[in-house]
Design a protein around this ligand. Structure first.
Ligand SMILES: Nc1ncnc2c1ncn2[C@@H]1O[C@H](COP(=O)(O)OP(=O)(O)OP(=O)(O)O)[C@@H](O)[C@H]1O
Length: 713
């Protein structure tokens, strides 16, 4: 069920199809097309069938709650804190009933005063003191509860942050890319900085507390009113009022059911695009150099004029709709209920003038108590829904850590002989075909080739022909659908994954830099030696990054993309730097929902040198490296010719006799030295052989080679 507000997800199964006219109602509001499920009445009724289903489903999730409680109990001091918290919640929940009881005693005092014409002063003092004491206790309880809640919340968040880190980190590429998994991860991530576990516990406490409040207050009220003239009648009318208010809440929650909205208005879409163009810093270069100002301004004016009042964003449409929904038949019908107690009181006063003070006191008591009942009833319903959601999040929190990876682990250790790996690894593709998850096109089709240990292979060919995919399959980022990949004659699916990946070093074309320091970025190439600064420095040198790192003010400690933002406000205009860093105003733009581009201040070539350094850290820096196979996907794409030449020369020199596989668009520097060249087109190997052999063959490789060579003639 949807959680009510927009943007919230639902744990309901099935598919929402806006084109299903039988089930979906279409409304046009401004430029927005809104599609709502028809007859979502069951959503409005708290005891609707679907809600019951959800509560029944909760039974499946409860064992996980028990596990969660045990885990929370294992956190230092948490049991003791929870015990105190529970006690405080209990006292806090009973205080409203205690206050009500004292107020009820006042009614009795008034009644006695009317009947006997005298006031019991001692009783009056006791009741007043009791009422004040109840208020003081309420204040102490709520302050202490907030403190303990903070402490508990922090401990629980800390405990589950490790759980969440592991849950995220252990997933392989296809599993992590799976949308269902992403959704599950999102469901279990912290909500407003609070752990799912603690919010679930809080929801449970909240529900228990409201139930205790409603039951205790209702029973005190009935006791107090027993014997009062018209007491029960007044209470019944007020209860009816509460119930109608509650149903009204339900109905007026804007778009409580299942809905989706989109706009197909090309003017509106273009208008939003233009807004983005002018606020996003990444577009400013082209915006200025292409003289776009006058054209875009004219276009913006035209679009704004054409759209007129329809140019409203969805937020406005949403709140407008909520406002409109407030006026319903039920909302009109419920109004008299609110005034009925006063009518009863007036009639009673006319019939029995002597009872006016007592009735007045009863009326005051009833209206002040029941005024909050409708909100409480609504809260009970809301909290019960929240608990169903929370409990299912707890189940997901524990299930996600067990989700099987789509690339299953093998069992055979690799390599059998550690010494042998220094002389490279033989590799063979046997009729390998592969499609990326969720696509219908083959990225590789019936690919076969063999590379002996220590050989150099270069894969060349057309864009999108499958070169990078070959490298990704070797490290088992994905598994092929058909065929086999063998290392040292063994199917890689049978090998232990950590061993396999330890034996391979890979530099991807779309390499990434982590939002960590430059030192960490290089060091993570070889996590087992990450703390060895000498190795890191050598890797930087071999990768050609040491020079520019040395010129950076913070050197190796420079963060390419600082993951933590500084916070400031209203800095004077002249402030260009603060805390030694350039003042970043991009968060002002971010407030509009547009992410800024991180300014690393490094060129593409420098970034690539860093990536190469990380690879060197892993593979060639030391004698004890366990790597036997080096994979490079376009490692020189952003390098200048001299740097490219140096890189390849260094690689040939440093690799010793390790096997090496390159994907490249550049012919010459590498292909001339290759033992095997694979030329790919449309997911297939169309030519293979050595440089000389392929030139003789006069095929596509020879044609491209000539094209590139002619450029230098
Ligand atoms: N993650 C992915 N999901 C879906 N399809 C993908 C993915 N990565 C690549 N592809 C598709 O697989 C095919 C092969 O891609 P691949 O990256 O192996 O080509 P390539 O030969 O390395 O290209 P380039 O020369 O441009 O680097 C292409 O059609 C590409 O669009």
């Amino acid at each position: 069920m949807a959680r009510g507000r927009w943007g919230k997800k639902s744990s309901r199964k099935g598919v929402f199809d806006p084109n299903d006219a039988d089930r979906i109602k279409h409304t046009r509001i401004g430029v927005w097309d809104v599609y709502e499920e028809k007859n979502p009445e069951t959503q409005h009724i708290p005891i609707g069938a679907r809600n019951w289903e959800r509560y029944l489903e909760m039974r499946r999730d409860l064992p996980y709650v028990w596990t969660m409680l045990r885990d929370i109990g294992s956190i230092r001091d948490c049991w003791a804190l929870l015990a105190v918290y529970t006690l405080l919640e209990l006292i806090g929940s009973l205080i409203p009933a205690a206050s009500l009881w004292f107020k009820g005693q006042l009614v009795h005092i008034v009644q006695a005063a009317v009947e006997t014409r005298s006031v019991d002063k001692v009783l009056l003092t006791q009741v007043t003191a009791g009422a004040i004491l109840a208020k003081m206790v309420a204040l102490i309880v709520s302050t202490s509860r907030t403190r303990i809640s903070e402490s508990l919340g922090n401990r629980i968040r800390q405990y589950y942050s490790v759980h969440l880190f592991k849950a995220n980190a252990r997933l392989d590429v296809p599993t992590f890319e799976d949308e269902a998994i992403q959704r599950q991860l999102e469901d279990v991530s912290n909500i407003n900085g609070q752990s799912v576990a603690w919010s679930t516990l809080q929801s449970m406490y909240a529900l228990a507390s409201i139930l205790i409040q409603v039951v205790s207050q209702a029973s005190v009220l009935l006791r107090v009113l027993k014997g009062q003239p018209d007491g029960v009648l007044l209470a019944t009318i007020s209860a009816a009022h509460s119930l109608s208010e509650f149903l009204h809440y339900q109905r007026t929650s804007p778009w409580n059911g299942v809905w989706a909205a989109t706009t197909r208005n090309s003017d509106y879409i273009k208008l939003q695009g233009l807004k983005r163009v002018i606020v996003d810093v990444s577009h400013r270069k082209e915006f200025v150099s292409d003289n776009m100002l006058s054209y875009t301004l004219r276009l913006f004016r035209e679009l704004t004029d054409r759209l007129g009042e329809d140019a409203r964003d969805f937020k406005e449409v949403f709140s407008h709709r909520a406002f409109k929904q407030r006026l319903t038949l039920l909302s009109l019908m419920k109004l008299p209920f609110g005034d009925l107690p006063q009518v009863v009181f007036a009639l009673r006063a006319v019939q029995h003038p002597a009872s006016i003070p007592v009735s007045l006191a009863s009326l005051n008591l009833i209206t002040s108590t029941t005024a909050s009942f409708s909100a409480k009833l609504y809260k009970i319903f809301r909290e019960t829904s929240a608990i169903a959601d929370a409990v299912s999040s707890v189940r997901k929190l524990y299930e996600i850590i067990e989700v099987p990876n789509k690339v299953p682990d093998g069992t055979i250790p690799f390599p059998e002989d550690e010494q042998k790996i220094k002389h490279g690894v033989s590799i063979e593709f046997r009729n390998v075909s592969f499609k990326y998850p969720g696509t219908d096109e083959y990225a590789l089709r019936d690919v076969s080739f063999k590379l002996e240990a220590g050989q150099l292979c270069v894969i060349v060919g057309v864009n999108g022909s499958g070169k990078s995919t070959i490298l990704k399959l070797i490290v088992r980022l994905y598994d092929p659908e058909e065929g086999q990949i063998l290392l040292h004659g063994k199917d890689i699916r049978t090998l232990k994954l950590t061993d396999l990946r330890e034996a391979i070093s890979v530099l991807f074309q779309d390499y990434t830099h982590f939002p960590l320091s430059i030192r960490d970025n290089i060091a993570l190439g070889d996590p087992t030696h990450a703390n060895d600064d000498a190795r890191v420095a050598l890797a930087a040198k071999l990768g050609g990054s040491d020079e520019f790192i040395g010129r950076l003010p913070d050197g190796m400690d420079t963060y390419l993309d600082r993951p933590v933002r500084d916070h400031y406000s209203q800095l004077p205009e002249g402030t260009k730097t603060v805390f030694g860093r350039a003042v970043d105003y991009s968060f002002v733009r971010n407030a509009g929902g547009i992410s800024s581009v991180s300014a690393t201040g490094l060129s593409g070539g420098q970034m690539q040198r860093l990536a190469v350094s990380r690879t060197f850290m892993r593979s060639v820096v030391s004698e004890d490296s366990k790597v036997g196979l080096l994979l490079f996907d376009e490692p020189s794409a952003s390098l200048d010719p001299a740097a490219e030449h140096d890189l390849f020369a260094r690689l040939r020199e440093l690799r010793g006799s390790k096997t090496m596989l390159f994907s490249s668009h550049r012919f010459g520097n590498l292909t001339r030295h290759a033992d095997l060249i694979l030329y790919m087109d449309r997911s297939k190997i169309v030519e293979s052989g050595t440089h000389e052999g392929l030139l003789k063959h006069q095929g596509e490789y020879a044609r491209i080679w000539m094209l590139q060579a002619q450029a230098f003639l």
